[in-house]
Design a protein around this ligand. Structure first.
Ligand code: ZN
Length: 75
């Protein structure tokens, strides 16, 4: 059964249920260029059916991956 959580949707502004869709993996260069983590958990708002990454819905809970950023490209 899919995992669900309640949050306020940044797109439709409703307090809505979100259904977990899975993890999307970006190529590392793309992730760094966009300032995103290389792996993003995706959730779907059940009010407006928008697919959102986890850090858009619960930004306060997702630490920015500074270790990833530091470990790439400078050596
Ligand atoms: Zn929504």
């Amino acid at each position: 059964m899919a995992e669900r959580r309640i949050a306020t949707c940044p797109t439709c502004k409703h307090k809505s249920e979100f259904e977990y869709l899975g993890v999307q993996y970006w190529p590392l260069e793309t992730a760094l260029a966009l300032g995103l983590p290389a792996a993003v958990r995706l959730w779907s708002c059940l009010s407006c059916l928008t697919t959102l990454s986890e850090q858009n819905v619960w930004p306060q809970e997702i630490p920015y991956p500074t270790t990833l950023r530091r470990s790439v490209g400078t050596d």
